[in-house]
Design a protein around this ligand. Structure first.
Ligand code: ZN
Length: 369
């Protein structure tokens, strides 16, 4: 029997134990990926420790569970029905999968499937429980199975460590697309120095936005964000002055086209309202930070000003592939990321390192051998 190392959680509230378990076999439409790097994301500790209590309607993988959301690696085996993916392909595994055959999956909208599930993280509906049984593997293990449909092929120019960041990058990319970001648009990004926010800045620049308004608290990190493109990136330290006044001053009084709200849970609703107030008529706000406070919205004003407020969860494989192409073409530059790698045996240290990271510039990953 071929075995592999996998960091597994045996009980909520305890630490991971690195166990030797059987290496899985891919089913006909799956592949087996040898994981090279897996992102250790800021929200992972919350999911493991608190989601069962905070969000009882979001199913967790059954214990003992392998976690690990953003895996990148090499395909080492393909199922008998897999045609377009070969052994040796470098891939990012998009962990968000649907059931594959319901009404929404058949319409190509896996993300709107009521069994939508993040492998190695948590699910969104009762039917996610079956997905966890079908796909119990994830990035904190040496190998994982994944549907061929979930793979983003990575060119040589994208390192596995950078690939392991595709989850939070893709979340920002999909939000920017839903809001209509293109050449000539202006985009406000709150939480611009964080893991999600920095990704939104990099992608807004890559997509041709001509004005990016980054808002955050840490002035030193904000300056690093500004230096990404001093001509296009403008920064404001949160609270220094009213956001709408500053944005209008820099947009000929119009307001911004788009507001990406990337501040994490726990932020006051005022920061989101300030961003909405800084939009022009017809502007769009997309929340990706997971704000936990209720948002008191004046619908009459949104109606009169034609302002849209959009929820966006994640991104699909096509969007992941776009990002891979953008990296290869050099339009998306991920060289600012500082990778901090830990072996699987130091997974607890890696989780601690995420708390001490230097904003979104630090990319903490588990690197397998
Ligand atoms: Zn489905």
């Amino acid at each position: 029997m071929a075995t592999m190392s996998a960091a597994r959680l045996h009980e909520i509230g305890t630490v991971f134990s690195v166990d030797q378990i059987e290496r899985p076999q891919p089913r006909p439409t799956d592949v087996l990926v040898q994981v090279k790097a897996c992102g250790v994301i800021p929200n992972m500790k919350n999911v493991i420790a608190h989601y069962a209590e905070w969000f009882p309607y979001l199913p967790l993988p059954p214990l003992p569970a392998i976690y690990g959301l953003d895996a990148a690696g090499e395909v080492v085996e393909v199922g008998s029905h897999v045609r377009g993916v070969s052994v040796g392909d470098r891939v990012y595994v998009n962990p968000g999968i649907g059931c594959g055959s319901c009404h929404m999956c058949r319409r190509g909208q896996h993300i709107n499937c009521d069994a939508y599930t993040f492998m190695g993280y948590f699910g969104f509906g009762e039917r996610s429980k079956q997905v966890f049984i079908d796909y119990p593997y994830a990035g904190f293990a040496e190998y994982m199975t994944a549907p061929a449909l979930a793979l983003v092929k990575l060119p040589e120019s994208v390192s596995y460590e950078a690939g392991a960041r595709f989850g939070y990058l893709g979340t920002a990319y999909s939000a920017l697309r839903k809001a209509g970001t293109c050449a000539g648009t202006s985009v406000i990004i709150s939480g611009a120095t964080g893991t999600l926010g920095l990704g939104a800045v990099l992608l807004a620049l890559a997509m041709g936005a001509t004005k990016v308004f980054g808002v955050a608290r840490n002035k030193e990190l904000l300056e690093r964000v500004r230096l990404l493109d001093p001509k296009r990136v403008h920064v404001l330290s949160a609270g220094d002055r009213p956001l709408d006044e500053w944005v209008r001053e820099n947009t000929d009084g119009l307001g911004a086209d788009i507001f990406i709200d990337a501040v994490g849970p726990g932020a006051p609703s005022e920061s989101s309202l300030a961003g909405i107030n800084a939009l022009r008529r017809g502007g769009r706000m997309v929340n990706i930070g997971g704000m936990s406070e209720p948002l008191p919205l004046e619908m009459f004003r949104l109606m009169c000003f034609q302002i849209s407020v959009i929820g966006s969860l994640w991104f699909d494989v096509a969007e992941g592939q776009d990002m891979a192409e953008m990296c290869d073409a050099g339009t998306l530059d991920l060289s600012v990321l500082e990778h901090q790698s830990f072996p699987l045996s130091q997974i607890e240290e890696a989780l601690d390192a995420v708390d001490k990271r230097s904003g979104g510039f630090t990319n903490v990953v588990i690197a397998h051998g």
